[in-house]
Design a protein around this ligand. Structure first.
Ligand code: NOJ
Ligand code: MG
Length: 563
């Protein structure tokens, strides 16, 4: 293991303020390993492929990479069904390839984060194979087994996220096991201390190899009601196309039990033995600001609970401005906010809100107070790729029509060559019709492309502490405009984002003359600003005001439309 002191958080010397953890200033880039870069022509991305593209990531200007699961897996849920927690699936390479990737990542000053999937294993995992072998097996209690209901049916009414009952009958022993996702993903029993010991061993295995932290899958799903009571019906549920039947119930007993917070403190103790490593957690979609805040504990639970609100809330200025303000207000002191605008589970941002607003979302993501998560390809403006039915691979889409996630997991586009430079073989998913033009090679030459915008935003953020360490004051929405102020004592920054498709003029909320340093359309830098600012349709601007004493704590004049 390498010496971490140059990159990690050092132990504070007496009296000195605690050092600032690296992730408070980091931008984390999510790589979906199957789809980033293939190196051996089997049509599936792999670790040597990722290593080959690290120079792109340093050129882009991100700080850390999070890899979706790379562990051996029958791929029923594309890697989120893990059959061995301490190995690399041969399709991605070897442990040696991972060690090389860690070394090459660190050599460039980047960090590497792995996905940890503790809530469930694959049914092919040896732990489950043992558990299902008999009622007396020592690992029987590592999973959640229950007798059938008196009528022989499932033990209770709990539902799988991926459709149907969350229980599967195992005819051999006559009992049901719980699976919150597909039946091939049995849930582990996190009330059994042996499971905790085993998972601590898994975490140490990777931390000892030098990884910089974990993104932990579905943490709200770790514990269930001890009495296995039925979930109550959801009075607001209306069935319809595209609506997940899972929401027919309120998951009061099957998820998010209070004991989860104790478990998060346990995860933190394991990870805190390794200074400078980050603990990121996937928190349920649709969580309120207050619920998100609870996952930090008093600073001894998750470092970064993932906030998906920008992916789920209506993209309208009053809603977004209110969320920003409430989120800031809800977080405990010292907590670092997060924003996610895209990932492997939900529609591409450019599809959901359109390509022009995807630029505005990028500006919000990279200039507001938070540790931002960028999903591979969003910096190219990638949209959901239309796939013919025979290309559909995602089990969720196969079980619940309309929920397939393949369109957001298509290969990265590197250049205009065959299969966009992703593979010289047949790609596991098609690259999409527009890959010939919407690729890194072309967009990086285009001074006004979304890729250039991402790179400029990342450079701006990196070069000015007002964006990372600076305070933030969110302004009430003015018409379609979301605005906020950042400041670090040296500079004041006003970010104004037009979420609408009409030109507007807003009153500048800072006295004096500032300067537009960046527009989402990349064509109006160095423009002086004072009094009022005209924003074109779908335009966001970063305006910097020199001097000043940062963002004052008291009242700040709100921005408003020019009458
Ligand atoms: C959350 C992951 O992001 C998703 O891809 C997966 O299907 C579920 N967890 C189940 O593991
Ligand atoms: Mg390959």
């Amino acid at each position: 293991m390498s010496d971490r002191s140059d990159r990690g958080t050092d132990r504070p010397s007496q009296g000195a303020p605690p050092p600032r953890p690296w992730w408070h200033d980091a931008v984390i880039y999510q790589v979906y390993p199957r789809s980033f870069q293939d190196s051996d022509a089997d049509g599936v991305g792999d670790l040597p492929g990722i290593a080959r593209r690290l120079d792109y990531l340093t050129w882009l200007g991100v700080d850390a990479i999070w890899l979706s699961p790379i562990y051996p897996s029958p791929l029923v849920d594309f890697g989120y069904d893990v059959a061995d927690y301490t190995a690399v699936d041969p399709v991605y390479g070897t442990l040696g390839d991972l060690d090389r990737l860690i070394a090459e990542t660190h050599a460039r000053g980047l960090r590497l984060i792995l996905d940890l999937v503790p809530s469930h294993t694959s049914d092919q995992h040896p732990w489950f194979q043992a558990s299902r072998s008999s009622r007396d097996d020592p690992k029987r209690d590592w999973y959640l087994w229950r007798d059938p209901a008196p009528d022989g049916g499932p033990p209770n009414n709990w539902l799988s996220h991926f459709g149907g009952s969350a229980w599967e009958l195992d005819p051999r022993s006559g009992q049901y096991y719980l699976h919150s996702f597909v039946p091939e993903q049995p849930d582990l029993n996190w009330r059994n201390p042996e499971v905790l010991d085993a998972m601590a061993g898994v975490m140490r295995f990777w931390l000892d190899r030098g990884i910089d932290g974990f993104r932990v899958d579905v943490i709200h799903n770790l514990l269930k009601d001890e009495a296995f009571r039925d979930d109550p019906p959801n009075p607001d549920f209306v069935a319809g196309p595209g609506v997940n039947p899972y929401h027919a119930l309120l998951h009061r007993h099957s998820t998010d039990q209070p004991g989860v917070h104790g478990l998060l403190r346990w995860f933190r103790r394991v990870i805190d033995a390794y200074p400078g490593r980050v603990l990121i957690g996937e928190v349920e979609y649709g969580s309120s600001e207050e619920r998100l805040a609870r996952f930090y504990g008093q600073g001894e639970e998750l470092h970064l609970p993932l906030n998906f609100s920008l992916m789920t809330l209506p993209w309208r200025s009053p809603v977004i401005a209110e969320h920003l303000a409430r989120y800031d207000a809800a977080l405990p002191a010292g907590a670092c906010p997060t924003f996610v605008i895209g990932n492997h589970d939900r529609a591409r941002v450019a599809t959901r809100i359109g390509p022009a607003q995807a630029r505005v979302a990028a500006m919000l993501l990279l200039t507001s107070r938070n540790a931002p998560f960028v999903y591979y390809g969003d910096e190219l403006g990638m949209r959901n790729v239309d796939l013919a039915p025979e290309h559909q691979r995602d089990p969720w889409g196969l079980r619940v029509p309309g929920h397939g996630r393949d369109p957001v997991r298509t290969p990265m586009r590197w250049d205009a060559s065959d299969h966009a430079g992703f593979t010289t073989g047949e790609p596991w998913l098609p690259v999409g019709d527009d890959a010939g033009t919407e690729n890194v090679a072309r967009l990086r030459e285009d001074e006004r492309s979304i890729l250039t915008l991402y790179r400029r935003l990342l450079a701006l953020r990196r070069g000015d502490a007002a964006f990372t360490r600076g305070r933030q004051r969110v302004l009430p929405a003015a018409g379609d405009v979301v605005g906020y102020l950042r400041g670090d004592g040296k500079r004041r920054v006003w970010v104004a984002l037009n979420l609408g498709s009409r030109e507007v003029e807003v009153v500048v909320p800072v006295p004096g003359t500032g300067e537009v340093v960046l527009s989402t359309w990349l064509d109006r830098e160095e423009e002086p600003v004072g009094g009022a600012l005209r924003l074109r349709a779908d335009e966001g601007c970063v305006v910097v005001f020199g001097g000043g004493e940062g963002v004052p704590a008291g009242r700040w004049p709100s921005s408003r439309l020019v009458a």
